[in-house]
Write a protein that binds this ligand. Structure first.
Ligand SMILES: NC(=O)c1ccc[n+]([C@@H]2O[C@H](COP(=O)([O-])OP(=O)(O)OC[C@H]3O[C@@H](n4cnc5c(N)ncnc54)[C@H](O)[C@@H]3O)[C@@H](O)[C@H]2O)c1
Length: 334
């Protein structure tokens, strides 16, 4: 059993506590949130000890791991502190907001020989796993281009002072909320990005930090990714990969909060598009289980650290491009 502390008991931290209730291999032994007033009722209902400070759980030898569900600017320092205390770390996305920070976070985990995982659960969705299997088996030939969209209108009603809408915590508008998952998948396909051209605008909402993001990434190994993320249009989740022998499109049937599964369409050269349906699956839990497996010394966490770093290098270049209006080079992960 891996005893974890869930750190940050807001929207996502509470979802994770709920997902882990009664789990055979992962147990939420503590929760942490400085806003104890807002968190106490939930912690009591769950029968879990609440702490106001991360240091309290880092000092507790009964806690083996932390799951960080906190605002983005805190991630680097919290990953480093947890790793230095010998705790395995699952950190929500984005792992950091700069190349320097992500490298420091990864280095701290490696120096302390603790597992590191990131909340990019889309990699654990069965149709995405099937897309990667087909890609690696050569079934669609050379990967040419990704076209992807992850948009939603969940933030329209939140308080404009919320951290999620601030340029410091959420640079480039929708990037850190949804677009970052698509950068991660694109890097899973093509490896490190080489350049980014991006534009963010406020077009259809009061979200002054921007509600409409378009990104073109090029990759060192060839290939392009066209990434769309909007916060002022109803939910859409689409990831399409075009290859020299065929293409694959994965479409969410509904928002992951009320999952209805996916449409999976494959078209091979000379054939016609063929559609399969995938039933709903618990990708967030599968990600946490892969983390637990790595933490107990079993199979390594399946996302390479070089890709975790490459993702934040791409994020940084996207943000720079939205500010400069130019194509920006992506710094090398190493
Ligand atoms: N993987 C996904 O699909 C997904 C979905 C939603 C959110 N997230 C991520 O989860 C993280 C949290 O987002 P959220 O929507 O739950 O935000 P939220 O604002 O609802 O919750 C954040 C919580 O962190 C607490 N907090 C602030 N400072 C803290 C500190 N120093 N130590 C401990 N807790 C602290 C706040 O009091 C708050 O309760 C972000 O990284 C976000 O991107 C991921």
């Amino acid at each position: 059993m891996l005893n974890v502390a869930v750190v940050g008991l807001g929207w996502w931290g509470r979802i994770i506590v709920g997902l882990l209730r009664g789990h055979a291999r992962l147990r939420v032994a503590a929760v942490v949130d400085p806003n104890t007033e807002a968190s106490a009722g939930f912690a009591r209902e769950q029968g879990i000890a609440l702490h106001a400070r991360l240091e309290d759980v880092l000092a507790d030898p009964a806690i083996a791991a932390v799951v960080l569900c906190t605002p983005h600017s805190l991630h680097r320092a919290q990953v480093v502190a947890a790793a230095n205390a010998g705790k395995h770390v699952f950190c929500e996305k984005p792992l950091a907001l700069s190349r320097a920070d992500v490298r420091a976070a990864v280095a701290a985990c490696n120096a302390n020989r603790v597992a590191l995982a990131v909340g990019h659960e889309r990699r654990f969705e069965p149709p995405i796993e099937e897309l990667f299997r087909m890609l690696r088996a050569g079934e669609i030939g050379t990967p040419l281009q990704v076209e992807a969209n992850f948009s939603q209108d969940k933030f329209l009603d939140i308080d404009p002072r919320n951290w999620r809408l601030s340029p410091g915590e959420a640079p480039a508008g929708p990037l850190t909320a949804t677009g970052i998952h698509l950068l991660d998948l694109s890097i899973g396909v093509f490896g490190e990005a080489e350049s980014a051209f991006a534009s963010v605008r406020q077009l259809g909402s009061p979200l002054v930090n921007g509600d409409t993001l378009a990104v073109l990434l090029t990759f060192r190994g060839g290939g392009h990714a066209l990434v769309s993320a909007m916060l002022a249009t109803p939910f859409v989740g689409r990831f399409a990969l075009y290859g020299s022998h065929g293409w694959i499109e994965v479409r969410d049937k509904n928002h992951p909060e009320a999952p209805e599964g996916w449409e999976f369409i494959v078209c091979k050269r000379g054939g016609r598009p063929e559609r399969r349906d995938f039933p709903p699956a618990r990708a967030v839990l599968a990600n946490l289980e892969a983390f637990a497996e790595a933490a107990r010394g079993g199979a390594p966490y399946p996302v390479p650290q070089a890709q975790m770093i490459a993702n934040i290098c791409a994020l940084e270049a996207v943000v720079r491009s939205t500010r400069s209006g130019r194509v920006e080079a992506v710094e090398a992960a190493r």
